[in-house]
Ligand binder design. Structure first.
Ligand SMILES: [Zn+2]
Length: 471
């Protein structure tokens, strides 16, 4: 085993690997200095100096939906209630963040992602400002997240999120932001567009795009009034990835119908926002017409199965979306677990529970959702072992207590993140057996970061006491 990881531009040898939709043995990958696979030779032996990956090597996972700070809620919210009461606890966590605290916390969360097999993340970011709504200098929160990603070595697509209103309200204006939402907001659509352009320039000046890039998000139709949607549809430059929470809860659909006469999907369609650059997150409660529109637009749906179960959202229509032509990607969202293997099989398990049928999503389908579709949703190249792909890989132990006896091609139904023995980003080894090669044990980082958030000065927690109501 090559302990150092080898410089990018060398070669990676996989004892076995997921190659062209099946398992092959002895695959030697040539990797260029940019971290791209330039050649793949199955049926070969390792050569001196190769980074050797034992076990079964798969494309790394691309996390298509994350709110890094939600990690502090894990294991703390399991009382009675619903999505809306959980949201109050989430707002309390948001209220405690400062740029320095968020950099520390996000570094730990991104390190957890890396050791679990994720090498890219779409961070749906809306905690922009100080608790009173005033701006931090120089994109303080956003650059804190970017530095955290660089420290952890994960590729970051920073989805800067437009969040203007506290509910649908009237058609053109929306309800005002509640006190606990004030730090999420901008004055109006033009103010967000202007801050977005400034952020793009600030990130481009500091980070290479394969490490950190900027995408856009609309929080939801609850948080972006129709007039603002129309304005953004006209002015947001083409080609930028655009994400939105869509129809996560029936109440959002009911409120949207009452305010606009349309479903949330119908409202996006009215303003020309449905396109191949659009990723709709959750897409849990859709009509047949919604699905036809999303399919015709070649949009992506991002399912977050562990979160949707945790928050009692319901099971989205995965089969129907796929049949309509919608690509499915996967996200860990609130990080109730950070484990791409559990998200993969939860997609299929949800369909089994919902439809009474097995095998709607094959292992190949699940790897495509976890890797290719998640990368495409970020505007990134797919990870994998084939030439032309980013050399972002995860090796899995095929003989653990969980995986012993599994066919290598069916590990998607037995492995967990605990079986990930190595993670490679751009040809470089970044994690080994749960430890980050630079940052060490993510559990230590998480414990320290969560303790720091818990003990943040009381003044920062002011918004905790405000509470929130149903929008
Ligand atoms: Zn979300």
């Amino acid at each position: 085993m090559n302990g150092a990881g080898g410089p990018s531009g060398a070669a990676v040898w996989c004892e076995a690997g997921w190659y062209q939709g099946g398992i092959r043995e002895g695959i030697r990958l040539s990797v260029d200095p940019a971290g791209t696979v330039t050649a793949a030779a199955p049926g070969t032996e390792a050569e001196p100096g190769d980074l050797v990956l034992s076990g079964v090597v798969f494309p790394a996972a691309a996390n298509a939906h994350s709110h890094a700070f939600h990690r502090v809620l894990r294991g703390r919210t399991h009382t009675s209630g619903d999505f809306w009461s959980w949201r109050e606890q989430m707002y309390s966590a948001a209220g405690a963040l400062t740029p320095a605290l968020y950099e520390q916390l996000a570094t730990a969360v991104f390190a957890e992602m890396v050791v679990s097999g994720y090498t890219s993340v779409a961070e749906f970011h809306y905690v922009h400002h100080a608790p009173d709504g005033s701006a931090y200098p120089e994109h303080g929160m956003e650059l804190a997240l970017a530095r955290a990603a660089v420290s952890a070595g994960i590729r970051l697509t920073l989805l800067d999120t437009c969040y203007l209103s506290g509910g649908l309200g009237t058609r053109s204006v929306g309800a005002p932001l509640e006190p606990s939402q004030r730090r999420f907001g901008d004055a109006d659509a033009d103010a967000w567009l202007s801050r977005f352009a400034s952020l793009q320039a600030a990130v481009a000046a500091r980070f290479p795009p394969e490490q950190v890039s900027v995408g856009a998000a609309l929080h939801s139709v609850r948080a972006v009034p129709e007039a603002a949607l129309a304005r953004i549809a006209k002015r947001l430059p083409a080609g930028i990835p655009l994400h939105i929470h869509l129809s996560e809860q029936p109440q959002e659909n009911a409120d949207c119908l009452a305010a606009t006469g349309l479903t949330p999907t119908g409202l996006l369609h009215r303003h020309g926002l449905l396109s191949s650059r659009l990723s709709v997150v959750h897409a849990t409660h859709l009509t047949d017409a919604d699905m036809a529109l999303l399919g015709a637009a070649d949009a992506t749906a991002v399912f977050c199965p562990s979160t949707e179960a945790d928050l009692a959202d319901g099971l989205g229509p995965a089969t129907e979306l796929r049949n309509a032509g919608v690509a499915l990607a996967l996200g860990s969202d609130q990080h109730a677990v950070v484990d791409p293997w559990l998200e993969m099989r939860a997609l299929e398990h949800g369909e089994r529970l919902r439809t009474g049928k097995r095998g709607t999503f094959t292992p190949a389908d699940l790897h495509f959702a976890a890797s290719d579709a998640g990368a495409a949703a970020q505007g990134r190249r797919a990870p994998g072992l084939e030439p032309g792909k980013a050399c972002d890989l995860m090796a899995v132990r095929p003989h653990s207590v969980r995986t012993a006896g599994s066919r290598p091609g069916q590990l998607a139904f037995s492995a967990t993140a605990a079986d990930v023995t190595a993670v490679v980003v751009g040809g470089r080894l970044l994690a080994r057996n749960g430890h980050h090669t630079v940052l060490g044990d993510p559990a230590v980082l998480l414990r320290e970061a969560i303790a720091a958030v818990d003990s943040a000065p009381a003044a920062v927690h002011e918004t905790r006491l405000e509470g929130t109501r149903h929008p």
